[in-house]
Structures are given as C-alpha cells and as structure tokens.
Design a binder for this molecule. Structure first.
Ligand SMILES: [Fe+2]
Length: 217
C-alpha cells in the first residue's frame, strides 16, 4: 500500500479528533451517527475547501492525485491508520454522474460546493444470475452545501452521485471500514448488466497474472 497522504495541519487536526472519537465508539450505527453530526459543520468550512482546491489546482503533493481510486472523480483525503474510516473528495463537472454502483461500507456524504445529485436504486432480482441485475430507480435527491445523506453497504446502498446543474460540485464522503470484498459492482440500468470494478492497482496485478499464464503456455 502507498503511504496515506498527509493533510495540512487544519485538516489533520479535525481528522485526528475524529480518529480519537471513533475509536471510542463501537458499532456501525453509532459511528454513522457521529459523522452525521460532524459532517454538516465540516462541509461549511469554506476556507478549508478553498485551500484544498488551491492545492489541487497548483498540483501540490497533497492531496495526491496520482493515487488511482475506484471511481475516477475520487481523491483520498485521509485514511484512518486503523482503517476505521476514510475521508474522500469527489469533483463533478456540469452534468457529471458516477456510474451506478454499490459500496463495501457505510458512508455519510454531502456537498461542500455546488449542488449534489443523488439517485438511488433498489435491487429487484436475487443476484443468482451472474452479470445480471434488475434495478428500480428512485426519485433523485438534490443536496445543497452542508446537507448530507447516508449510504449503506452492498445492495442497500446502490446509487449514483453527481452534479445535476452547471458549475462544479464538490462531494465529501466519510466511509467506514470496508467489508472483505475487493471490488464494487457497477450497474447498467438500461441493459441490466452488472460487472465488477476493481481498484486500478489490483486490476493491473490481476491482468499481469493472467498474461503470465498465457506466456507460459
Ligand atoms: Fe457512491
């Protein structure tokens, strides 16, 4: 694993405080509740986000943009040393949405800049046919800066998030400890297809292992 990025002092102070608190809270529900209370105030800290955006624009070492994440628009801001939670930023251009996906952990997400669109999906099939998923789309939710919403692991949390309007949307998410699954599912609503999305580093390793087998034949 590459070294987790080291945030600037003001952000590190917040993350250290969260780390201390979360270590003393057991259970997913109570940890989610903690971040439900913390995140709205955090999202309204305009100067903190201004500094982060300046860092990104200038190409400063933090946050590390070279660390490829599962979703293209994703930037890792902080990883708790015990993996109890991670803090991530997502940048969405006008009309940009993530693919429809599920999660390996609970999450608390909200907008820091711009409007955030969240489209949730229910899974209608029992998952017994490989590569097939029947989804039902719910009405979209639109969040303003400081407003949050919750995500749950696996089929309970299938959604896509993005920017429903012009300008740029900054989404901030806190995720809990991931379950033992190396991929997330990516869904296609129209074709009912579902496939696995692996972390880019892991996917390259997998493909290299396969290519080696071919070479040896
Ligand atoms: Fe998501």
């Amino acid at each position: 694993m590459p070294k987790p990025p080291k945030p600037p002092a003001e952000l590190l102070e917040i993350c250290n405080r969260w780390s201390e608190s979360i270590a003393g809270i057991s259970g997913d529900a109570a940890r989610m509740e903690f971040f439900q209370n913390e995140l709205p105030g955090f999202l309204r800290d305009q100067s903190l986000f201004e500094n982060l955006l300046k860092n990104i624009k200038a190409g400063n070492p933090y946050p590390d943009l070279r660390q490829a994440q599962m979703i293209d628009d994703e930037i890792l801001l902080y990883l708790n040393p015990k993996r109890l939670f991670s803090l991530r930023m997502f940048l969405y251009g006008p009309g940009d949405y993530t693919p429809i996906h599920d999660h390996n952990s609970w999450g608390v997400s909200g907008a820091a800049v711009g409007e955030l669109g969240v489209i949730r999906y229910g899974r209608e099939d029992d998952g017994s046919v490989e590569g097939f998923a029947q989804l039902l789309q719910a009405a979209p939710v639109y969040l303003q800066p400081g407003e949050i919403e919750l995500t749950r692991p696996l089929n309970e949390g299938i959604h896509q998030t993005g920017n429903p309007v012009d300008g740029t949307t900054i989404m901030i998410s806190v995720y809990g400890s991931p379950i033992r699954r190396l991929y997330i599912n990516r869904f296609d609503y129209k074709t009912n297809k579902v496939d696995r999305l692996y972390p880019p580093r892991f996917k390259k390793k997998m493909l290299a292992a396969e290519a080696l087998k071919q070479l040896r034949k």
